[in-house]
Design a protein around this ligand. Structure first.
Ligand SMILES: Nc1nc2c(c(=O)[nH]1)N[C@H]1C(S)=C(S)[C@@H](COP(=O)(O)O)O[C@H]1N2
Ligand SMILES: [Mo]
Length: 386
């Protein structure tokens, strides 16, 4: 269903004159900046930026924050060794050989699916973006796009005979770490409950490869759930159980832990069926601000950023630099129906040094953009010279 909506969006874009991608020339090449040469970068300020691109912490507290400041139009896929990590390989996991996924609950027969038996169903699943719903501060590094491969959940569910009353599916993964989280917000027990149709409609899959190679251990080796368009907290790693449950199944502790970050109604619903899909609305953020020097010596600043999420293709993205006007960005890669991120840029010429806020919005009130409206991805940059 998701894919259909995006397809329709793309068609719409093609025959409307609202979007700049419809303008002659299409997206410009971000390799080329304003006239002159690139002479540096203006730093983001007011962010507590941790070490990037290295694994820090242990177990549930382990993180690898991706450094997206160097993304370019031709390198928008994150190499697997740089892909963000939220929770490291559990030190108490002794993987059974072969890996087993228990099928339990409201099924005709409880079975143990052996992962190798599903190997024939493995296929490339395309490039998809994953974002931790808690991606805020810390350089906003819990995000990345990569090529995933695996087994469509539709095929997995085909091998399961539901019993009367089966309405939802609870997917859980191994989550026992000998180190309890020091951070009170991370409780063990990774599981999420989906509507049966939801998983199929979203094109969810059991990922077994990243970048064409077997899943790295910190990313869920040998199998993790991936639900395109949904936040990372639903992408259960080290999947070991699929349980069919009834319509009145309570929400899991993980769903409750992530309720605010996935924008659930308040108070938090107690039943899984009352959770809204943990989808990512249209989102965007700057990743760097380049300083450019024109032949006549004047300086300009080029904001480069990414856009992702959303339910239909749009290119109506606008940026506001400080108290300036809202202005349309230029896309370096065309926003597409693929569920990845696209790169954009926008040149500004501030008239005085200072600290400037960079805000984003989609200039279309019909586009859901909860986080943009809440300034979730607001970043501040320090301009020292003009
Ligand atoms: N078993 C298990 N799966 C998990 C988690 C976890 O703590 N344990 N964290 C989830 C969260 S919050 C995110 S954002 C993604 C991160 O996936 P990655 O580390 O491969 O980037 O995994 C999800 N799956
Ligand atoms: Mo997350």
């Amino acid at each position: 269903m998701h894919a259909t909506a995006r397809g329709a969006g793309l068609l719409l874009l093609g025959c409307s004159d609202r979007g700049s991608a419809a303008r002659a020339g299409g997206p410009h090449d971000c390799a080329e900046g304003p006239p002159g040469e690139r002479v540096g970068e203006a730093p983001f300020v007011g962010e507590d930026i941790p070490p990037l691109d290295t694994l820090v912490g242990e177990g549930l507290d382990a993180r690898l924050y991706f450094d997206h400041s160097e993304l370019t139009a031709d390198a928008l896929i994150v190499p697997s060794e740089h892909f963000y990590v939220r929770t490291a390989y559990p030190d108490q996991l002794v993987p059974p050989d072969p890996w087993i996924i228990r099928v339990r609950g409201l099924v005709d027969q409880e079975i143990d699916l052996q992962l190798p038996q599903l190997a024939e169903l493995e296929a490339d699943q395309g490039v998809h973006l994953l974002e931790c719903s808690g991606n805020r501060g810390s350089g906003f590094g819990l995000i990345g796009a990569a090529r995933w491969g695996g087994i469509p959940m539709a095929d997995v569910l085909d091998r399961i005979r539901p019993r009367a009353g089966a309405a939802r599916v609870l997917v859980s993964g191994f989550d026992n770490h000998s180190m309890p989280s020091k951070n009170q917000f991370s409780t063990p027990g990774a599981s999420w409950i989906f509507g049966l149709e939801q998983l199929v409609d979203q094109g969810a899959f059991l990922a077994t490869t990243l970048d064409g190679k077997p899943l790295p251990k910190h990313h869920g080796k040998p199998a993790r759930l991936f639900v395109p368009g949904w936040y990372g907290c639903t992408a259960i790693k080290w999947v070991n159980e699929i349980r069919l449950v009834g319509d009145d199944e309570p929400a899991t502790s993980q769903m409750i832990e992530f309720a605010t970050r996935t924008h659930q109604p308040s108070p938090t619903p107690s039943l899984a069926r009352d959770f809204r899909p943990a989808t990512m609305d249209q989102s965007a953020m700057p990743v760097r601000v380049e300083r450019w020097k024109a032949p006549n010596g004047s300086l300009s600043y080029r904001i480069v950023g990414v856009m992702w999420g959303g339910y239909e293709v749009t290119d109506a993205l606008e940026v506001r630099f400080g108290d300036g006007p809202w202005e349309r960005v230029d896309f370096c890669t065309a926003p597409s129906q693929e569920q990845t991120w696209s790169l954009w840029s926008h040149v500004v010429r501030p008239s005085s040094p200072g600290v400037y806020s960079i805000r984003m919005r989609v200039a279309d009130p019909d586009v859901p953009q909860l986080r943009l409206s809440a300034d979730w991805y607001l970043r501040q940059v320090r301009i020292d010279a003009v």
